[in-house]
Ligand binder design. Structure first.
Ligand code: ZN
Length: 343
């Protein structure tokens, strides 16, 4: 089959397009999907670059998100047919541990993400457990079905399930360009919140406005945490979404109101941040972390996409063989929305 192979960790130059990779066979409880679209995530670049101690068998097929048609059924699979249009939940869990049995699959003792520590989706065919499938309605394209899952389920779980965001609250989203952040704007609006966004330049500020942000602060033009304080009548916001980390946590602590919550699902500027604990206890701040989502949140957020209440934004489409080019575009940081590979 056709596939993209990561041959060694490093730059996008290490991604090679091949046409003779062995086609996988579905195991018991699994299906094989003929992939029509796969989407890029920041995760793909982190895995490609590698980190100290990473133990990933190479060559590796990257990619967490995909949509396509069921091509073959493994033993024991019921309720699905060859030809069904599907997208996948990229969260892989055992289904048996204490956390899985209580519906918190993202806390699974053997939790994995498709394409991070298992074979990914930049390929003509993939195999995955039938438990991870969701049927795509006819009006949803394969590109939309591939673009949505990872970023939407991550943002939904953080804002709604973990963050308990409620109508009438105010939310500050630090950074407008990343996949999870742009999706967070839409979800926070749908939840009935007033949305503030900190953007790094005027172009990203304009995109955030298009997605429904109520107030956008261009951090190239003003001190953003001071601006939040002023624009909220010296109160601060109820919730801050900070997936930047090291460079922004102090500003987030300044921007959140007394009793407020800071949500994080990542740390694009670095993992080690200094915290002045006096602010945490004096202001009664909660810092709430999460990663990925249980399957129930995946189903909930995808249903809202199918109903048109949330919309995956696709900014560029490349054929599979140009995956390296597509990753370079994402790394350059000039795109707003998802990059999709068509297979
Ligand atoms: Zn488990």
């Amino acid at each position: 089959m056709r596939a993209i192979l990561l041959e060694q960790h490093g730059s996008a130059d290490n991604l090679r397009y091949v046409t003779d990779h062995p086609t996988p066979e579905p195991g018991a409880g699994e299906v094989r999907i003929r992939v029509h679209a796969a989407a890029l995530n920041r995760l793909d670049v982190w895995v490609r670059n590698g980190w100290p101690g990473i133990k990933l068998p190479l060559p590796h097929i990257p990619g967490a998100d995909a949509a396509g048609e069921i091509d073959a059924l493994g033993a024991g699979v019921t309720g699905w047919q060859v030809g069904d249009r599907v997208c996948i939940d990229p969260s892989l869990s055992c289904g048996q541990c204490e956390f899985c049995r209580s519906g918190r699959e993202n806390l699974c003792n053997s939790f994995k993400i498709k394409g991070e520590d298992t074979t990914g989706t930049y390929a003509e065919y993939i195999t995955i457990s039938a438990r991870n499938l969701l049927k795509l309605p006819d009006h949803i394209s394969f590109a939309q079905g591939a673009a949505a899952p990872l970023v939407f389920l991550t943002a939904w779980h953080s804002l709604i399930t973990r963050g308990n965001l409620r109508a009438g609250e105010s939310v500050l989203i630090v950074g407008a360009g990343g996949g999870v952040n742009s999706v967070s704007i839409q979800i926070a609006k749908l939840a009935g919140a007033k949305v503030y966004v900190v953007a790094s330049n005027a172009q990203k500020a304009a995109h955030a406005k298009q997605l429904g942000a109520d107030e956008v602060i261009d951090r190239s033009a003003e001190d953003w945490s001071k601006a939040v304080f002023t624009r909220t009548g010296r109160r601060g916001v109820d919730v801050v979404v900070d997936n930047v980390g090291k460079d922004t946590l102090f500003g987030s602590i300044r921007s959140v109101c007394k009793g407020g919550r800071i949500l994080t699902v990542g740390n694009t500027s670095g993992p080690l941040a200094e915290v002045d604990l006096r602010y945490i206890f004096r202001k009664h701040i909660s810092i709430i972390g999460s990663t990925m989502a249980p399957h129930s949140d995946f189903v909930t957020v995808m249903q809202l996409i199918f109903e048109g209440k949330l919309t995956p934004i696709i900014s560029a489409t490349y054929p599979l063989e140009q995956a390296a080019e597509a990753q370079r575009l994402m790394e350059a940081g000039d795109v707003f929305g998802k990059i999709v590979l068509t297979v």
